[in-house]
Design a protein around this ligand. Structure first.
Ligand code: SF4
Length: 269
C-alpha cells in the first residue's frame, strides 16, 4: 500500500471513523477484508453486502460469514432485481451505462451506510487497477468533495453525503490477482468454490462485463451444476430476456458482431 495513504488512514482510525467493507463474496472483497482486519480495530469495521438475489451465485452470504470475524453484516437489496430492471427497460445495461451497478450495488450500499448514522465514514471497495483500463484510472483514496465523488447526487440534486465526512478507499487497488489469491491462502481461507470451477469473477453469474470464457463457464455450470445458483433457471431467463427485448446481453464486437448469449457460450439453454 502506498505510504502517502497510510498516514491519512491512521488519522481516520484515530478519529474513530467507521470503515465499511463492500463485500460481494468474491475474491477481491475477501482479500480486502483481510487487509482491513489487520489495519482497523474490529469495533470500527462493518460489512455491507448488496444481495443481487437470483442473479448471484448461491452461498455468497454464507461465504462472507465464514471468512470474516463476526463484524456486523448488513445485507441490502435494490427495489427491483436486475432481471426486472432489464424487462422494464426493455434493454440490458451496457459497460458504458452500468445502471446495474449503480441501482443494484452502489445505491443500496450507500443508503445502508447513511442509515448507520456515522458522521465519519471510510467506504472501502475491492476494485483493482489490473482489472480494466477504467479501474486503473480510479483514485485509490479520496474524500467526498473531490470531483469524482461529488457527482453522486440524488435525483433532486442533493449531495448524498451531506452532513458527514465521507472517504472512499480502494485498499487493494495496486494488487495483482496472484496477490489476492496468495493473501486468501495465507489466511488459511479458500475463495468461493466457483473459482476452483473456472470462474475468474464473482458477483452476477452472467455479467455484462464478463469475458466470453467466464460466460461459457457460467453457462456450463448453470446447466450442469444448478445447485451453485440461487435460481437454477437463470440461464434460461437471460436467453428469454434476449428474445423478449430483441437485444443481446453482450455488446456486439467489431470482430464478431452481434451474438446471442447461447452463441457466445456455445451452451444451449
Ligand atoms: S456484476 Fe456485472 S451485470 Fe452484475 S451488476 Fe455488476 S456490472 Fe452489472
Amino acid at each position: 500500500m502506498k505510504a502517502d495513504i497510510l498516514k491519512p488512514i491512521h488519522d481516520l482510525i484515530q478519529r474513530g471513523a467507521l470503515f465499511v467493507v463492500n463485500h460481494s463474496g468474491g475474491k477481491d472483497s475477501q482479500a480486502m477484508y483481510l487487509v482491513l482486519r489487520d489495519f482497523v480495530p474490529a469495533a470500527q469495521l462493518v460489512i455491507v453486502h448488496a444481495d443481487l438475489g437470483e442473479v448471484e451465485w448461491a452461498g455468497a452470504v454464507d461465504h462472507i460469514r465464514a471468512t470474516t470475524c463476526g463484524e456486523p453484516l448488513h445485507i441490502c437489496r435494490a427495489r427491483r432485481t436486475l432481471l426486472e430492471m432489464i424487462a422494464e427497460r426493455g434493454m440490458f445495461p451496457s459497460p458504458q451505462q452500468r445502471q446495474c451497478t449503480s441501482d443494484l450495488k452502489r445505491g443500496p450500499i450507500e443508503r445502508t451506510i447513511r442509515g448507520l448514522g456515522a458522521t465519519l465514514v471510510v467506504n472501502c471497495m475491492g476494485m483493482r487497477a489490473e482489472e480494466s483500463p477504467a479501474r486503473k484510472k480510479l483514485v485509490q483514496f479520496q474524500r467526498a468533495g473531490n470531483k469524482c465523488v461529488q457527482r453522486r447526487v440524488s435525483t433532486k440534486g442533493r449531495l448524498l453525503h451531506a452532513g458527514r465526512e465521507w472517504f472512499e478507499w480502494l485498499p487493494i487497488h495496486d494488487w495483482t490477482e496472484a496477490q489476492v489469491f496468495a493473501a486468501i491462502a495465507a489466511a488459511g481461507q479458500q475463495p468461493h468454490v466457483v473459482y476452483s470451477l473456472g470462474m475468474t469473477r464473482f458477483s452476477c453469474v452472467f455479467c455484462i462485463m464478463a469475458s466470453e470464457r467466464d460466460l461459457a463457464t457460467a453457462a456450463r455450470l448453470a446447466t450442469e451444476r444448478p445447485e451453485l445458483l440461487n435460481d437454477p433457471h437463470l440461464y434460461r431467463k437471460y436467453i428469454d430476456l434476449e428474445k423478449s427485448t430483441g437485444q443481446v446481453m453482450l455488446m456486439p464486437s467489431k470482430s464478431k458482431g452481434r451474438r446471442t448469449l447461447e452463441e457466445v457460450t456455445g451452451v444451449a439453454a
